[in-house]
Design a protein around this ligand. Sequence first.
Ligand code: NAD
Length: 260
Amino acid sequence: MIDRPAIFITGAAAGIGRATAELYAAKGWFVGLYDLAGSACEGLRQQFGPEFAISESLDVTDVAAFEAALTRFWAKTGRLDVMFNNAGILHTGDFAEMPLARHHALVDVNLKGVINGAHAAFPFLKQTRRSALINMASASAINGTPAFATYGATKFAVKGLTEALSIEWAQHGIRVMDLLPLFVATPMVHNVAAPPKSVGRLGIKLKADDIAAMVWSASQWRLWPRTHWYPGIQTKLLAWANKLLPAMVNRYSTKLVTGY
Ligand code: NAD
């Protein structure tokens, strides 16, 4: 077993995954870097010092490849302190106009990819003391958002999965949490061809480093079970409003922000 804690990160080549990898490497952790873009992960591994990281090309929708990657990670580390299910894709637009294949791709990567990761990681998390599974949800899981219908549906599902597993896996000493940020300045948001109105109206206030810092806080949190993490004031306000205000008010403000 290696003498430093170890994290396995999907979607590590860019955005939030990359920022998280950099933070954990700076904290002295062993970092597993996994992404479709394997060469970018290899670049990061060289940057961190080849002996302090492992990098592989991985498609989170490929169950056998996911299991094999985790087995190789375990063979090298003998521990899995944090499993960060971060890889995700975004397609936005009117639901009916978006080709069905895009809706299905969102479910395959954002939901099934997270289920694949949780399922494959479980035996290793169980064998590691005080381990944590951290899933990337989104503020799209706070209320149903026009132009983000299926993306949001996958994130609602991730939130539900996280909540269930946080109770189911407590008996094994595994903490299970998710993060639900509003827009973060990453290639995901910058590369959207025709950004929905809500992006302009709410603005992009969060940076990938803010999210990485919250992943770190969540992984270090030991005081009481704290399942959902809302990065930034804007996201927290949205979550509180959704809990405290009547449904009609939330519906109206969502219409206002999204322009539907
Ligand atoms: P990003 O596009 O910048 O990076 C995502 C990474 O995931 C890319 O490197 C990509 O190659 C990888 N990836 C995509 N499909 C994959 C697959 N099938 N297998 C393996 N890797 C794959 O996106 P990001 O903004 O860093 O998003 C990371 C996570 O955060 C996603 O789950 C996203 O839904 C979530 N999120 C992002 C925002 C935001 O505004 N950026 C807000 C809330 C939640």
